[in-house]
Design a protein around this ligand. Sequence first.
Ligand code: G4P
Ligand code: NA
Ligand code: NA
Length: 193
Amino acid sequence: MKLLEDRIKRDGTVLPGEVLKVDNFLNHQVDPQLMFELGAEFKRLFENEGVTRILTVESSGIAPALMAGYQMHVPVVFARKHRSLTLTDDLYTARVYSYTKQVNNDISIDKRFIKPNDKILIIDDFLANGQAVEGMLEIAKAAKVDVVGVGVVIEKRFQKGHQLVLDAGIHLEALASIASLDNNQVVFANSAE
Ligand code: G4P
Ligand code: NA
Ligand code: NA
């Protein structure tokens, strides 16, 4: 998506460890107009999949997921990383390891917010090693619902999440796909690949 690639070129910076910092429009400050356009693009890409609900993980997945849900007229559920104060046992839970932060997070979703016949679209800000997506797939499996797509704002195609989603046979769309961050340069992958 050209609008997003241009924004990454303008405002993104590459940090050591192959990390792309985009905190002025996505991960800290959030650009609502850009998020609105990303939502419209997700709708265009997934509108034939019969999506009934969007699933993401707090916190940075929420903005793009919300805009996709707004455009597609479906509810958005974010998995929580911290236990809610209102204790309940009616949760689906999965353990997610973050390579960047080297910590485990248990993500959970209240069983009331996934329904047996749901067709789930997973949305996230980044697809890197795919641990967050894997956790959401685990929850979908436990809930016995179909995952009809994974949409990410930015994928780092050189990390293993991209292949993990394809190997699961799931329709994957990345609005910007990064082939490499070598030498502090952002190189986009050909979107047709
Ligand atoms: P994974 O979910 O694909 O496995 O990602 P990984 O464990 O490698 O990364 C953990 C966190 O770091 C995730 O956010 C992920 O979105 C983010 N991340 C990974 N690569 C990059 C990058 O190049 N740039 C930025 N800005 N973030 C990256 P999180 O822990 O879920 O945090 P948040 O959603 O609360 O922000
Ligand atoms: Na994230
Ligand atoms: Na993040």
